[in-house]
Every structure is written in C-alpha cells, then in structure tokens.
Design a protein around this ligand. Structure first.
Ligand code: ASP
Length: 317
C-alpha cells in the first residue's frame, strides 16, 4: 500500500507491513534501538513529537498496545487524547469515518486506531489524505504492524542474522493479525525457514502465508527452531464450530517444558499477549528462562516511539 509513503519514501501512515522493504523495517528497528536503555527497557525519548497531537481510538479491547502507544507518544513530547468509545457518539451511531474527520477538525496530527473491520484502515487513509496520519493499532484479523515490528525487533536482539533462522509461528494463526504482520516482516527481512503450526482448522487458508511450511504436528514443527512464537486462541473471531476442545488443544498444542526441549537449547519463546496460561503455554515457560514475553512489551514502547518519530519527520520538514 504505497499511500503509506510520501514522495520521498518516508512513512506517512502505517497501515500494513505488506510491501514495506527490509531496509525500511531495519531503519525503524535501528531508530527504536536508540530509544532503549537496554533490550526491553524503553528510555525517555527525544521530543520528536513536540508540538504534535495524537488521538487514540480503540474500538476493540487493548492493554499493551494502547498503553504503549500512549507512553511512546508522551515520551516523545506529543499531546495525547483518547476517545472513550462506549461513551462517544459512536454509541449514537456515528460512523468511524465521521468520528475521525470530526476530531481531525480540532487539529489532530496522528490517529492511532484499532477496529475489528478488515479494510477500514485503507478507507480512513483515503479520507484523511494529507490532513493527518493514521497508525493501525490492530485491524480485525488482517494486520497489526507495530506488533510485527516489535516481534522482529525482539528476535534481532537475540540473533545477528535473520537469514538462517528457523522460526515457528504456532497456535491460532487463522484468526491472528499478529501472525500476518510478523510473517510479512520476517519475509521482508529474509527469513527462509518459516513454519506454521496449528490444528487444520486454525491454519491460514491455503492461499495465504504461502511461504510457510505447514504442520499440524507441534513436535515435528518446532524441532530445532530458534524462535517459537505462540499465539492466543482468538475465540472472539471464531465461528462456534471452530472453537477447539480445550483439553485436546492443550494436549497437542500447549508449549510445555518437555516440548520446548525439541527446539534449540537457546531458542526464545514469544507471545504477543494476553496469554491463556495452561492452554497455549505452561506458566513455567511463560515465566521461564527462554521467555521474552516481557521484553516484547518493553520493546513495543520503543518501536512505537520510532514509528511516531518517523511519521513526525515527514510532518516537520
Ligand atoms: N494483543 C494482540 C492483538 O491485539 C494479540 C491477541 O489479542 O491475542 O492482536
């Protein structure tokens, strides 16, 4: 989606990672690194958003993404406002586009939006034009670009080179916007050995994520992996017939200490959160030596500081 970039190839909006170059993603990671005090420990920022206003609209539930965008924007010097959706005029039937354009009239520079409707973000960008920027903070099961960025950023902190990594994405891939965005980033950065592990009905459709090798057998899929990325069962996006029996899901797909031994000894374990403990992974793993789940959260602030700063560059020049 080229509307994301301005005529000089700089980020104007961030709607999807699909089509962004490995160089652009690397530039954002390098910038995020400069905002960290240590891996997973975001620092104070550099005022890149001084004088700008950010408005957050979360039409779906959020803990990590919402708080980390707000902290990132504030630490970069922005003025931040949040629309509380249930008590807004959305409750009177105002459309998302009307809501955004109304708020934009109050001189908002950057919108951070999460919504369940796939395809909405491109429509918003078309309506906003040059008047304001949009950052997608989660769009249905389609994309979650800043999560994809923070995932590859975290992987890079543990591995020098993407090319030779073996990465397993496992769990409810079909309904996961995180899986799609992280997959797109990994491909752009040159990862060859990508494995998708899930029960048949939670694997993506056959014409999607086609580069990944598909496994329904968890143990075969994670053998000798460098990165094991677990995903939440997204019941809110499933048809009732898709919801697996939790006991049998646990038996076949829960990451246990015994299963993790099949991956490389120094493999890292990731999860975008929130975790269903005991279903997707045991607590022993979630809180264990190989888990980088909390590091991902801290890195998320730095990545969002970098994305906001990159967008602010274009506005200030
Ligand atoms: N927090 C992530 C998302 O919003 C992952 C999840 O909800 O499972 O997509």
């Amino acid at each position: 989606m080229n509307e994301q970039l301005d005529s000089q190839g700089r980020l104007r909006h961030l709607v999807t990672l699909d089509g962004l170059s490995g160089d652009l993603l690397t530039g954002l990671m390098d910038r995020a690194k400069a905002y960290l005090l240590a891996p997973g420990k975001p620092g104070p920022g550099d005022g890149a958003l001084n004088g700008l206003t950010v408005c957050q609209l979360f039409f779906e539930a959020s803990t990590r993404t919402k708080i980390s965008f707000e902290l990132a924007a504030r630490r970069q010097g922005a003025d931040v406002v949040n629309l509380v959706i249930p008590t807004s005029s959305a409750a009177k039937g105002e459309t998302v586009l009307d809501t955004l354009l109304t708020i934009q009239s109050m001189a908002v520079d950057i919108f951070v939006v999460r919504h369940k409707a796939a395809g909405l973000m491109s429509n918003i960008v078309a309506q906003l034009g040059d008047r304001a920027s949009l950052i997608n903070a989660g769009e249905g099961q389609l994309s979650h670009p800043t999560q994809g960025l923070l995932d590859v950023f975290t992987i890079r902190q543990h591995n020098k080179n993407f090319k030779n990594l073996s990465i397993a994405i496992t769990g409810d891939i079909r309904h996961s916007r995180v899986a799609r965005s992280t997959y797109q980033a990994l491909l752009a950065l040159g990862v060859d050995d990508l494995r998708l592990i899930a029960p048949e009905n939670l694997l993506p459709e056959s014409n999607e994520l086609t580069h990944g090798r598909r496994y329904t057998n968890f143990d075969a899929g994670i053998a000798d992996c460098d990165v094991v990325m677990m995903l939440r069962l997204q019941k809110e996006r499933m048809q009732s017939g898709d919801i697996p029996d939790l006991d049998s899901y646990r038996k076949q797909y829960c990451l246990t200490p015994q299963r993790l031994k099949l991956a490389r000894g120094n493999a890292i374990v990731m999860h975008p959160g929130p975790i269903n403990r005991g279903i997707e992974m045991d607590s022993e793993i979630a809180d264990g030596r190989q888990s980088v789940v909390r590091q991902q959260v801290g890195n998320g602030v730095a990545i969002r500081m970098a994305v906001l700063a990159a967008i602010a560059d274009g506005k200030k020049s």
